[in-house]
Design a protein around this ligand. Structure first.
Ligand SMILES: [Zn+2]
Ligand SMILES: [Zn+2]
Length: 97
């Protein structure tokens, strides 16, 4: 099964990657020499079958990644309907102990 692990990458305006070593002020101004600032963010998935559209904020790119991940989650990974009942049984068992 494919794992869906989201990576958000920042890019400079010229399309080169802005690595995490590049420091920025909280307002987004570059502090590292040679850095032109993070112009856009792209989220990619480890399944290699999905890339987000460019986002202006890292938060938004990560949010798109989360949405992709939940879209890809096969139905069989959804909690089985008997799950809560089994849990209640377990809790009852604990209570009787
Ligand atoms: Zn994926
Ligand atoms: Zn940079």
């Amino acid at each position: 099964m494919a794992r869906h692990s989201i990576t958000v990458t920042a890019y400079h305006a010229d399309g080169t990657v802005c690595p995490s070593e590049h420091r920025h002020t909280t307002g987004g101004s570059p502090l590292t020499e040679g850095c032109t600032g993070r112009e856009r963010f792209l989220a990619t998935c480890s399944c290699k079958q999905w890339t987000s559209g460019p986002s202006s904020t890292k938060t938004y790119a990560a949010e798109q990644g989360r949405r992709h991940r939940s879209d890809q989650l096969p139905a069989k990974f959804a909690p089985p309907s008997k799950g809560p009942a089994a849990l209640r049984k377990l809790l009852r068992f604990d209570a009787e102990d």
